[in-house]
Write a protein that binds this ligand. Structure first.
Ligand code: 9WN
Length: 423
């Protein structure tokens, strides 16, 4: 049975490969997305280590001169009306730091160094022959430097738009978004609703606010003046991935003969700040920098700090994961938002459905902390969910019914990784 699932996952990755990278979904997302490519590389390395390297190299080929890795790299050959907001909205090529290819100006969670290290480990001899890590390392360092300097808030990294969290309409952003005046719905044309039912996507009001924030950021020249920005949040998942990726950068540095110490120290500093600032009541929460307030709601992002090695609060997070809010191992997939929370909606995008990439992060974190029984049960449940629903973008977390796009790349990739790496 696993052989059929394995073959089907490989087929999705091959079908979504463009020759240089993998689109998340042929219909809904016909360009390259930043954190999608990192998850794709983690799965693709089992099919072709070279292709997985290429996936990351394509993305970093569109890195800006200021170090930012854009959240979307547009395919110049794709129809401009295929995705909104497209190149005409972002106008990246007007900016002196942007590459020649059109991109967005926002970023996404920094999973890349972790993905690069796992990709290297899939075939070290071949990666060394191609000079994969020596070429990528300076780019990864510049990316992290951008986050630390332009987005840094006391050893943590801030996001300036919900899209930067990867969990676009998470209830953790509701309070901050309330302060943003939405662009009226007649001011833009959504394309996502051509492919997915409206009840499974963000609302028009959410979109109006996303467009307003992104447009203001663009009009500031993508300047990262955090004091003036309307939305400045510290997200536990972004910071957990930053810390885990700094640890991966330490491993990469040691492999290529560079100094790993600054990366180990950065990982420790971010891990400690994450606990000090974002941990409360057995859970990690988002923090609103302007309001100086923790949002006490629980989202799956608050469990992902398990990916940080030696996290002192890991036992508390495992306990929270097993409790009534997430029922780890007793749902089809861990929900993206608290099952008992006031905003829980099992169908709508990041407000309840289970997602495979965040599930992989929780699984990876449990494994890192030696919680092998829980990790094994989560893996089995995830494979069952994929067998039943196919490689959907997200699922009803309790029934396991598929939602969103079909043949979704990171779903196939992380399922493949669970099949190939776990015992
Ligand atoms: C906006 C591509 C991306 C993911 C995000 C997910 C969704 C985009 C959208 O799709 O966001 O970036 O149009 O909804 O929320 O995590 O990277 O798969």
């Amino acid at each position: 049975m696993n052989t059929a699932l394995d073959r089907a996952a490989v087929d999705v990755l091959l079908a979504n490969w463009t020759g240089a990278y993998t689109v998340p979904s042929r219909a809904l997302y016909p360009h390259q997305w930043s954190w999608d490519s990192a998850f794709v590389a983690i799965g693709l390395r089992h099919v072709s280590a070279r292709r997985a390297q290429r996936e990351l190299e394509s993305l970093f080929g569109a890195q800006w001169a200021d170090g930012r890795v854009p959240h979307i790299v547009f395919d110049p050959a794709a129809a401009p009306e295929g995705y909104f907001p497209g190149p005409d909205f972002w106008r990246s090529t007007d900016h002196p730091a942007s590459p020649a290819i059109a991109t967005s100006g926002l970023v996404q969670p920094p999973v890349h160094a972790l993905a690069a290290w796992l990709t290297f480990r899939a075939d070290p001899a071949q990666a060394r022959r191609r000079g994969f890590l020596p070429r990528l390392y300076p780019r990864l360092v510049a990316w992290h430097r951008y986050l630390a300097t332009r987005r840094g808030v006391d050893d943590l990294v801030a996001i300036v738009h919900p899209w930067e969290s990867g969990m676009d309409n998470s209830p953790a952003w509701d309070a901050a978004l309330c302060r943003v005046e939405p662009t009226p719905a007649h001011g833009f044309r959504r394309r996502d609703l051509l492919h997915v039912q409206a009840a499974e996507r963000p609302t028009d009001t959410d979109y109006g606010r996303y467009v307003r924030l992104a447009g203001d950021y663009r009009d500031s020249g993508y300047a990262d003046r955090l004091a003036d920005a309307q939305f400045v949040l510290l997200d536990p998942m972004v910071n957990a991935l930053y810390a885990a990726s700094e640890s991966a950068l330490a491993d990469i540095a040691a492999e290529i003969g560079a100094d790993p110490r600054p990366h180990r120290e950065a990982a420790e500093r971010t891990g400690a700040a994450l606990v000090a600032r974002l941990f409360a009541d057995g859970f990690c929460h988002a923090y609103d920098v302007h309001e100086r307030r923790l949002d006490r709601q629980r989202t799956v992002a608050g469990l992902t700090p398990l990916v940080v090695a030696d996290l002192p609060v890991a036992p508390a997070l495992v306990k929270s994961a097993l409790g009534d809010h997430f029922r780890l191992g007793r749902t089809a997939l861990p929900p993206s938002y608290d099952l008992t929370g006031p905003a829980f909606d099992p169908d709508r995008y990041w407000r309840g459905p289970g997602w495979f990439n965040t599930t992989w992060l929780v699984w990876h974190g449990l494994t890192r902390h030696g919680e092998l029984d829980h990790a094994g049960r989560l893996r089995d449940a995830t494979l069952t969910a994929a067998r039943q629903a196919g490689f959907r973008e997200y699922l009803h977390p309790l029934t396991g019914e598929g939602r969103g796009a079909t043949d979704f790349s990171w779903t196939a990739a992380v399922v493949l990784d669970l099949l190939r790496t776990a015992p």
